[in-house]
Design a protein around this ligand. Structure first.
Ligand code: ADP
Length: 325
C-alpha cells in the first residue's frame, strides 16, 4: 500500500510539474511576443520624421496598433489558458476516477478471495471431521448446520456477483409477475430463523400484500438486508422485519440494534464495493456489493430505499414499493 501511494504521489508530481511548465511557457511566449511587437513599433516610431506634417497622426496610429496587438495577445492567450485548464481538470478527474476505481477493485478482489475461501475451508474441514471421527448425533448436527450456513453464504455471494455483472451489462431481464410480498418475506425470514437459530428475528408482516416483481431479485433484496442486520449487530440483539402498506405503497423495514450508520456514510454505503471503515477495522465479512445491488434492484422495481437511525441504537433500512391494487 505505501508503495502504491508513493507511486500516486509521483504521478501527481509529474502532472503538476507538466501543467506548471505549460502555463509558464504560455506566459513566456506572451511576454516575448509582446516585447517583439513593442520593439518593432519602436523601430517604426524612430523612423518617423518629427517635422513631417503627418507625424502626430502616424505616431498615434502606431501606438494604437501596439495596444490592439497587446489586447489581441491577451485575448488569445486567455482562451488558450482556459482550454489548457479545462483539459487539465478533465484529465485530472479522469485519472483520479480511474485510480480510485482500480483501488476499489483491488479491495474488492481481496475481500472476495477471503469471502470465497472461508466457506470452502470451513465446509471442507467439517466434512473431513464427519468422515474421520465418530461423533454423536448433536455434534454431527452442529457440523452439518455450520456447513449449510457456509454454503448458503457462498451461494448468496455467487448470486450477488452474477446479478451485479448481468444487471450492469443490461443482460438481466427483470420479469414482472404478481407476487405475494407477504409470503415471500415470511419465507425469507423463516429461512434465516432456521439458519441462525441463536438469533432473535421477529417478523411483523401484514398478510396478503401484493406487488408486481421479479421474485428472485426481491428475495435477494430481503436476504441482503436481513443478512446485513445479522452481520452488523450483536448476537443477543433483536432484528425486526416489518411489512405494512401505506396508501398504494408497500413498505418493508429491516431494523437492527447494532452500531447503526453514521450520517456521512448513509449515502456512500449504497456505492459499489463500499464498506465502512478501513481494512483493519472491518471485522464482519463482506464485499460491499450487497447494498449496491439491493438499491439497483429496488430502482428496477421503481421503488426507493433509505436508511435511518434506529433509536436508541441501530439502523433501519426502509424499502418502498408500488403495490398492485
Ligand atoms: P458488505 O456487507 O458485503 O460489506 P453491503 O453493500 O451489504 O456490503 O454493505 C456496505 C456497508 O454498509 C457494510 O460494509 C457496512 O459497513 C455497512 N452496513 C450495511 N448494513 C448495515 C447495518 N445494518 N448496520 C450497520 N452497518 C451496515
Amino acid at each position: 500500500m505505501p508503495n502504491k501511494s508513493k507511486k500516486l504521489r509521483y504521478i501527481y508530481l509529474i502532472y503538476w510539474f507538466l501543467l506548471t511548465y505549460i502555463i509558464a511557457a504560455l506566459v513566456w511566449w506572451f511576454v516575448a511576443l509582446n516585447n517583439q511587437t513593442r520593439q518593432m513599433n519602436q523601430y517604426k516610431i524612430n523612423e518617423l520624421v518629427p517635422t513631417d506634417k503627418n507625424y502626430t497622426s502616424r505616431l498615434n496610429e502606431l501606438k494604437a496598433e501596439e495596444v490592439r496587438k497587446t489586447t489581441q495577445y491577451i485575448g488569445e492567450g486567455s482562451i488558450f489558458l482556459l482550454l489548457i485548464l479545462a483539459g487539465a481538470v478533465f484529465v485530472f478527474r479522469a485519472v483520479r476516477r480511474q485510480l480510485k476505481g482500480s483501488q476499489e477493485q483491488q479491495h474488492f478482489m481481496m475481500a472476495l478471495t477471503h469471502e470465497l475461501k472461508t466457506p470452502i475451508a470451513v465446509a471442507k474441514l467439517n466434512l473431513e471431521t464427519l468422515q474421520k471421527r465418530k461423533l454423536d448425533e448433536t455434534q454431527q448436527q452442529r457440523l452439518i448446520q455450520t456447513t449449510l450456513q457456509e454454503t448458503n453464504r457462498l451461494n448468496a455471494l455467487c448470486n450477488n456477483m452474477l446479478l451485479s455483472s448481468q444487471i450492469e451489462a443490461g443482460g438481466y431481464l427483470v420479469t414482472q409477475e404478481e407476487t405475494n410480498l407477504s409470503e415471500l418475506i415470511a419465507e425469507c425470514v423463516q429461512d434465516f430463523i432456521t439458519r441462525y437459530p441463536e438469533r432473535l428475528i421477529l417478523p411483523e408482516i401484514k398478510e396478503n400484500l401484493f406487488i408486481n416483481s421479479d421474485r428472485l431479485l426481491l428475495q435477494m433484496v430481503v436476504n441482503n438486508l436481513i443478512d446485513n442486520a445479522i452481520k452488523y449487530s450483536p448476537k443477543e440483539s433483536k432484528i425486526t422485519v416489518r411489512l405494512f402498506d401505506e396508501y398504494d405503497m408497500n413498505v418493508l423495514q429491516v431494523a437492527d440494534e447494532g452500531k447503526g450508520i453514521p450520517d456521512e456514510e448513509k449515502i456512500k454505503i449504497f456505492k459499489k464495493f463500499y464498506r465502512i471503515g478501513n481494512q483493519a477495522t472491518k471485522a464482519a465479512k463482506g464485499t460491499g456489493l450487497g447494498l449496491y445491488l439491493t438499491k439497483k434492484i429496488v430502482a428496477r422495481h421503481r421503488g426507493s430505499i433509505t436508511v435511518t437511525d434506529h433509536l436508541p441504537t441501530g439502523a433501519i433500512f426502509t424499502v418502498t414499493l408500488h403495490s398492485t391494487t
